[in-house]
Design a protein around this ligand. Structure first.
Ligand code: ADP
Ligand code: MG
Length: 474
């Protein structure tokens, strides 16, 4: 090494030391840095052992540093030097001769220098994959399962309680959109962390996995990639159908999958279709998916939908009137996501308009979400339902009689026919014994008015409508 090289190395070391002390001042303040660090001297930077070696005047000084400043020193060294370097403090090192500290004299008296590492070498950090955020609201307490979803729920709970150590590995949850697959995945992550200390679930989805993989390829860390998931006790992968057609990623996923399963780790996946229907996915991947447990989430039944609405109402701190609850559960049948969307919209509109939560508001604002009638509603069908309720013969509805309760029941048929059949007033009149369109209009208005003032009556009308449209018997 030439004189100049040595000189340069010293000035590099001094610069490093200055930067280190500046960082430290930001962390712990001026006074402690002046008291405990200004009398230290940087000795060398050892790139082979990855050590930053600093001379300390005496044993007491070293002890004090060790008991008070390990954490900030480690952190600041990492900032200045990057990951991987350990900071090593040496007492009685040869370079110390520039100092006049009295402690030095004491240290020098020790013939052998005491060497002590104050900071353990920080582990070289691999860019381990990040879990997507786990939503604490998506837990088992808020997942309502009727008979139809008992199996997926219990399988998910079993997995969360003993990840890897059960027969359900991998667990594949499949089913239509908005039926709670993602919710269950988060619930597993949440419960596993509650059940086991230090449990580290990693939640991802096919999109995220793919983009992590592409990043790994770009940085040429492909081989490490499976290892990056090695820290996770449970790997939860949402929407694996998005792997279809991505061959490279599939191959990598297969590799990761095998590594984890062989290490006794748990894998849970969701998909919007069965493994069989996942065409565009390698056969060996599909067959591995099927080796554990495959469960399907089903659309909830009417009763479950009501129960879900009640759980939400409690969580949202609102009270849904029974008839609104009934209306939503009866009309929003497609999936739970739409049901949730409907509740949120309804609450928003009711609060904006400062109106009551009512069936009328729900009908008006949610029309795009309401399930299309499963049964074509005809005047005859309405007569059949209303006549059954009032125990009247259906033929009487076309008669001239104005006796009660027939007259009112007939007006109900008029009102419901206007609302549900799409027929003109005249056509409805024709079906009801050739009545005039003004009679139908009058009947409809009378019923509307009564419903506005009489909630019980309104509820009855809603039940009729539900039965007419969805065949749900009262
Ligand atoms: P998927 O992933 O199957 O498309 P999500 O899990 O995203 O569906 O569910 C959509 C919404 O419906 C979420 O707000 C979720 O909390 C809710 N949800 C679905 N199923 C249920 C259920 N059984 N109980 C309570 N909430 C549910
Ligand atoms: Mg989902």
């Amino acid at each position: 090494m030439t004189f100049q090289d040595t000189d340069k190395a010293t000035s590099d070391l001094d610069n490093l030391w200055k930067r280190f002390c500046n960082e430290l001042t930001i962390r712990i303040g001026d006074d402690p840095v002046r008291t405990w660090f200004h009398s230290l001297r940087p000795i060398r930077l050892d790139p082979v052992r990855e050590q930053f070696v600093i001379a300390v005047p005496g044993a007491f000084h070293l002890e004090w540093l060790q008991s008070h400043y390990v954490e900030p020193v480690t952190e600041c060294a990492q900032r200045v030097l990057g990951n991987g370097f350990a900071t090593v403090f040496e007492v009685g090192s040869g370079d110390w001769h520039k100092s006049n500290s009295p402690e030095l004299t004491e240290a020098k008296r020790n013939s052998e220098p005491t060497i002590s590492a104050i900071t353990a070498k920080p582990p070289v950090k691999r860019a381990t994959v990040q879990s997507l955020k786990i939503d604490p609201d998506f837990c088992f307490e808020t997942f309502v399962a009727g008979e139809e979803n008992r199996l997926p729920r219990s399988a998910a709970m079993a997995v969360a309680q003993s990840p890897g150590g059960n027969r359900f590995n991998p667990l594949l949850i499949h089913g239509g959109v908005g039926l709670g697959k993602t919710h269950l995945l988060h619930a597993i992550a949440n419960l596993s962390m509650q059940t086991m200390e230090n449990c580290h679930p990693v939640l991802t989805n096919a999109e995220q996995f793919t983009s992590d993989f592409i990043r790994a390829v770009q940085h040429d860390k492909k081989l490490d990639f499976a290892d990056q998931y090695g820290d996770s006790d449970i790997l939860l992968v949402d929407d694996v159908q998005f792997f279809m057609g991505r061959e490279q990623t599939q191959r990598q996923f297969f590799h990761t999958f095998n590594t984890l399963i062989n290490a006794g780790k748990q894998i849970v996946m969701t998909s919007d279709r069965t493994p069989k229907e996942l065409d565009g996915l390698e056969e060996r991947l599909r067959s591995r998916f099927s080796q554990g447990l495959v469960v399907e989430v089903m659309p909830p039944e009417y009763e479950t939908r009501v129960a879900i609405l009640r759980v939400w109402a409690e969580r949202d701190g609102v009270k849904l009137p029974v008839e609104v609850e009934d209306f939503l559960a009866a009309h929003i049948t497609s999936n739970v996501r739409n049901l949730r969307g409907a509740v949120i919209r309804l609450l928003a509109i009711a609060s904006l308009e400062m109106s009551e939560l009512s069936v009328a508001v729900a009908r008006r604002t949610l029309h795009d979400l309401l399930s299309k009638p499963q049964i074509a509603v005809t005047v005859d069908r309405i007569i059949e339902i209303v006549s059954r309720y009032y125990r009247l013969a259906p033929e009487l509805f076309s008669s001239k009689s104005r006796k009660q309760p027939l007259a009112e029941a007939r007006m109900i048929v008029m009102a419901l026919s206007c609302e549900l059949t799409g027929l003109s007033l005249a056509a409805i009149g024709a079906r009801l014994g050739g009545r005039d369109h003004t009679t139908i209009l009058h009947g409809r208005e009378t019923i509307r008015e009564k419903a506005e003032h009489d909630p019980e009556f309104n509820r009855l009308l809603e039940q009729f409508k539900r039965e007419a449209e969805h065949g749900i018997t009262i």
